[in-house]
Structure formats: structure tokens, C-alpha cells
Write a protein that binds this ligand. Sequence first.
Ligand code: CTP
Length: 418
Amino acid sequence: MNVASAELNTKPLRVVIGVGGGIAAYKAAHLVRYFTERGHQVRVIPTRSALNFVGAATFEALSGQPVATDVFDAVDEVQHVRLGQEADLIVVAPATADLMARIAHGRADDLLTASCLVATCPVVLAPAMHTEMWLNPATVDNVATLRSHGLTVLDPAHGRLTGKDTGAGRLPEPEQIGELALTVLADREAFTRDLEGKKVVISAGGTHEPLDPVRYLGNASSGRQGYALAEVAAQRGAEVTLVAGVTENLPTPIGAELVRVKTAREMQQAVMEHAPSADVVVMAAAVADYRPAEVAESKMKKDSEADLSTIKLTENPDILAGVVEARRQGDVASTTKIVGFAAETGDENNSPLDLARKKLKKKGCDLLMCNAVGEGKVFGQPDSSGWILRPNGDVTEVPEGPKTGVAAAIWRAVCETH
Ligand code: CTP
């Protein structure tokens, strides 16, 4: 059963945070905070080896709840079944190779594995280990087994590991784990591995169009929706290139290759470079339609002779329309799916949906996600809602919820498009 998104914002959840014995166990303390700050009740179940890294007192103080590791702790409360049975969500971070092996094989030799074995709620594992361990066929098989049993195993991040080594196996940031876990709670199918082997290109954020070395024309896009699309696509198994314009300071989505751009023309170049090898192109960026016709080489001065009261603009390329045209010409594969966005306020004669229908026709893409914007809605906000439109007239409503949930709805629609 899925927990309705709206409920997630109001209903206090019973969250079990399992902590494996790895150096990244210290990040679990922040994960406890992530959930308690949102009003949820957290029980921490560390493995015995996790307590070598972080003491029980830390978890007890942060969660305000007792901490136990063994099935024989507090036997009178029958903890080994009660905590797992009553949980709304179990998040295991870090999930070590050994811990995943034990859960995959149905072991119940400590309180955490026993809790996972009785749980019917979503169980989300955030692995952290050395790259060799992550790539070892035994771990690969265990991950596949866990996923086939309906547990969610997040892909680890790339980056600095415990020693001098870097690679896949780093624990993602606690906020990323928390957000992804809540996404799974709202939609258990959010991270179905249906994009395995697919390449996707996603644009995000706004563009800055320079007027002079210190001034630009820009917009209020935060980039959150594009980042959420990248995050969810990577967790569904895709190879992700995220072409990010100007965004808020957001963590790089786990597993995504980040290409930074500033202007619409830079974004066009990056998208067109990657589109020919992509299975899906999603234009979530808020691209400036116009740029200043001339860019001053030095800072424009009030007392200069030039007329500064008027800015002459020139039109920017329409990147989305360009990708559609490249597909028509055969430069992008005919099988590549193209997704556009529409941010609409509506006007006196048209609802946002009416305008989105017209835009879908004009742009010629395969799916269009329409957000009704304005009055503080969508831009810069963690939540969003809207409609997914298809050229055959079908419309899927996307209810109000976190942008990761909206991203999951978009990827589901993409995967259903043939
Ligand atoms: N887009 C684009 N290149 C542009 C402008 C927009 O690729 N120069 C893409 C956006 O990323 C989005 C879609 O086109 O996927 C719709 O963007 P939007 O700004 O809503 O539409 P416009 O075509 O600019 O139309 P208008 O501003 O008139 O509503």
C-alpha cells in the first residue's frame, strides 16, 4: 500500500533506522535528525559492529528512544518482531556488504535483520562499502536478490571512500537518503529498475544571459525538478547526464554525470552533444527565450553615452524543438523519447491545461509535464503537481507532492510510452 503524499507531510511515521558497521555510520546520526525534525518517531537499531563507530548514547539522545542491537534485548517487549511489524518505514544506512548478505538470505541473527524479516513496510537500503566489495559478484547477486524480494537498494554515490580510494560505494548524503526513502514510501514502484541500460539526458535550472561582465537576465528556477528527475532516473538504473544551468546549491544526484552550463546556447550545445546517444531527453530547464543582443565587454556605466534605458534582445534557440527536429532529421534516434515541460499560469481565455495542450502540439515532443505556476507555486518549492500530457490527448494528473514523487510519475509515463 502506498502512503498518500499529502499524508507524508502531516502523519508522524514510525521509522526504524538500521545502522551497519561501517565508517559511514556517523552519517546515520544526521539521518535520525532528518526524520525527527520532520516530526517522525525514530527507533535506531545498530548492528553490534556499528556501535564500534558510533555509540548507542548518540542514537538514544538524537532519537529520544532506547537503542537495542540483540534479539535478546528487552525480551519482554518482543522487540525482534514488534519494531519491524509496527514500522511504517525501515531505512538501513549504511548497509554494509555483510549486512545485505544477511538480509538477502533471510537471516535473523540480530535485532536489525530480524526486524527486516518481519517487516511488511518499505525497506530501503543505502549501501556503503569499498568499490571492490560493491562490484563483487556475491554483492551484485545479493543486491539483485534483495530487489527481487521487493526491498529497495539505492545505488551508492561515487566519491572519496574511507582510505585514499575513490569510486562507487560512498554513502549518499543523509538528506538524499531521507528524501529517496520517503519517495519509496509514497510510491513503492518509484525505483523500479526499468531504466537499466538506458541513457538519459536531463536539463535543469535556469539560464543566465549576460548583459555585461557582472549583469545578466535570469529567472527564478531552482533546478530542483530536474535534479529530482536525475536522482530518480539513476535509482531506476539509468546512465544519467544532467545538464545543469543556474540552480540553487543542490547535491549532485547520486550516479549522475553533471555538466554545468550558464547560458541557453551553452545548454543547447551540451544537450545536442549528448542527445544522439540518449534513449530519453528531458528538458526540465527554464531556458531564457531571449538574450541581450549585445554583451558589453566591460561593465556598463550610468554616465556613459550609451542609452541604457532599453535592452535590445534577440531570440535564443528553442532547445526542445531542436532535439525534436534532430530526431526528424535522423541525427537523434527515432526511438529516443523526448519530454518537455510547460510552466503555465493560464490567462483570461485559457486554463494552464489548455495552454499546455497547445504547447505539446507546437513542440512535437512525446510527453509534456505541465505545472500550474504563479502565486509562489512550484518555482523554488520542494513540492509540485500538474498533468502529464500525451499527443493522443491522454492526460495523467500528478497530485501535489515532493518533486521526487513527480519525477517518479514522469519516469513511469516515459517507460509506458512506446
Ligand atoms: N525550452 C527550450 N528552449 C527554449 C525555451 C524553452 O528547450 N529556448 C523548453 C523548456 O525546457 C520546456 C519547454 O521548452 O521543456 C517549454 O518551455 P516554456 O518556457 O514553458 O515554453 P516556451 O516555448 O518558452 O513558451 P512560452 O514562454 O511562450 O510559454
